[in-house]
Design a protein around this ligand. Structure first.
Ligand code: SAH
Ligand code: SF4
Ligand code: F3S
Length: 465
């Protein structure tokens, strides 16, 4: 099965980029575009391609929608509040359309892969000109050409399990830290999650395409590569390769840089993977391993394919092989049918594992998922109470956790000026912990050795040695 968009189709879209650039060059001033990405790194990466295509069509960019000629919302559907935020922002664009009827307003990303959302946009947001799905990203040039030549509303959300479009132009947000998708889609169907429905089936980019992009990024000065996928651990299954193999190949590229990756699913976090990471010096010493719940009963209902005990075994093996590794996780509170006892198992798990930090979410029902059909008797109020309790427990665990770094000398990627104190520099340790230190601005974009002198709850302070 081939999922790559053909070279002919990509060439056709390139033709539309040129036609749009020609139309835009006839204007007195170049058009400006505002691209707002909601959602995860995968969406941010898509946003970089949207901007890449628009830039080649001759667009400049603006951080605000007011006054822009093209406005694109690249949306996320993972929780209800993500969708609410998009609708709120979209409603506000009505005024902009009234002020400037020529503005092209487009909505893409995960939300518009859902029929009920497309219907709602059709009905309630008549100022939206263009809707295109996650599989239609590469057709943006043709869609924009359509808008520039004949103004009519267009909704293009092709059906199917998903595609891979190689060779799209990219306008990166950050030249130092570069995101590289290695696979798209998800086959796991965790019962709470909308992602498999809006991103299609798992499909991996070829190792050669990934390595070529990685090498180019390193040659252009990138110091951190973020390998992206909904479950990177299952990379390459259909290609006869694997994520550990890919990591080894990226690690072997010349130069000093760091390799990060996300997300990784505990069910596929094998010993082989952990061994590989321990042997690959460029791979981050940070495991983000979303556990979701500490109750094996709830993990079963979530369709996660591991138990609490399996998870703890993985953590033990990581700590045995890579003792300095940082460990973070995602937790969902209030999954349908979760009881106080289940929740207490989550509390006991986080006390046992002592995560460096947690991303915590209150369960949000997603239309079309299995969990949305399950009985959910616990009130929102009670779930809110559990959520605050979880934050308190993690707050206590987090306090003092960074003390262990005091006195250590760590290799730090210097990323820029300090966030709270611009007279300092800031960077990240191999464990992804923020550290501020004194130094010359010329160090930004390189690696330095920093001796840690003080630890706060969220960051370290040190001195270059
Ligand atoms: N593929 C990634 C997850 C992407 S979504 C992974 O498996 O790690 C990021 C996080 O959002 C998930 O780990 C989960 O904790 C949370 N999440 C997903 N769906 C949710 C829902 N319906 N309600 C609340 N949180 C959810
Ligand atoms: Fe969603 Fe589960 Fe896939 Fe992650 S692994 S994207 S949580 S279905
Ligand atoms: Fe959101 Fe889509 Fe990512 S639903 S979390 S933007 S894959």
């Amino acid at each position: 099965m081939t999922v790559n968009i053909t070279a002919e189709e990509m060439a056709k879209q390139r033709g539309f980029i040129e036609k749009c650039a020609e139309i835009n060059s006839r204007r007195e001033t170049p058009p400006t575009a505002h691209v707002h990405t909601f959602g995860c790194q995968q969406n941010v990466s898509d946003g970089e391609k949207i901007k890449g295509m628009l830039a080649e069509m001759g667009c400049g960019f603006s951080d605000i929608p007011e006054g822009a000629d093209i406005i694109i919302f690249n949306t996320c559907a993972v929780r209800e509040n993500a969708e609410d935020r998009v609708f709120g922002n979209l409603g506000a664009l009505k005024h902009e359309k009234r002020r400037n009827p020529d503005v092209i307003i487009g909505v893409c990303g995960c939300m518009v892969q859902q029929e009920h959302i497309v219907k709602k946009i059709k009905r309630s947001f008549p100022h939206v000109d263009l809707v295109f799905g996650t599989n239609a990203l590469h057709t943006l040039p043709e869609l924009i050409y359509g808008q520039l030549t004949e103004r009519k509303r267009e909704f293009y959300v092709p059906e199917g399990d998903g595609v891979i479009a190689e060779g799209l132009p990219i306008r990166r947000e950050n030249a130092l830290k570069v995101s590289i998708p290695i696979m798209y889609g998800c086959n796991n169907f965790c019962t709470y999650c909308i992602v498999p429905y809006v991103r299609g089936r798992e499909r991996s980019r070829s190792t050669e395409d990934i390595l070529a992009e990685a090498r180019t990024a390193i040659q252009s000065g990138a110091k951190e590569l973020l390998l992206l996928g909904q479950n990177v651990n299952s990379y390459g299954k259909e290609l006869g390769t694997s994520f550990p193999e890919l990591l080894r190949a990226v690690n072997a590229i010349d130069g000093e840089f760091r390799i990060c990756y996300m997300s990784s699913h505990p069910k596929d976090a094998t010993r082989e993977l952990i061994d590989t990471i321990s042997e690959c010096g460029k791979v981050t010493r940070h495991f983000h391993l979303p556990v979701q719940s500490g109750s094996s009963r709830i993990l079963g209902l979530m369709n996660r394919h591991y138990t609490r005990e399996d998870y703890i075994k993985i953590v033990e093996y990581i700590r045995e092989r890579i003792p300095d590794a940082a460990l973070t996780s995602d937790i969902i509170v209030g999954f349908p049918g979760e009881t106080r006892e289940d929740f207490e198992e989550t509390l006991s798990l986080i006390r046992e594992v002592r995560f460096d930090s947690l991303y915590t979410f209150i369960y949000s029902p997603r239309k079309g998922t299995k969990a949305a059909e399950m009985p959910d008797p616990v009130s929102a109020e009670e779930k809110g109470g559990w959520f605050r309790e979880l934050l308190d427990v993690q707050g206590d665990i987090g306090r003092g956790l960074y003390e262990k770094y005091v006195g250590q000398t760590l290799r730090v990627l210097c990323e820029g000026e300090g966030r709270t104190d611009p007279s300092l520099l800031t960077g990240k340790t191999p464990q992804d912990v923020i550290v501020d230190f004194d130094g010359d601005r010329s160090l930004i974009g390189g690696f330095v050795n920093v001796k840690i002198e003080r630890a706060y709850q969220w960051a370290l302070v040190g001195k270059i040695v």
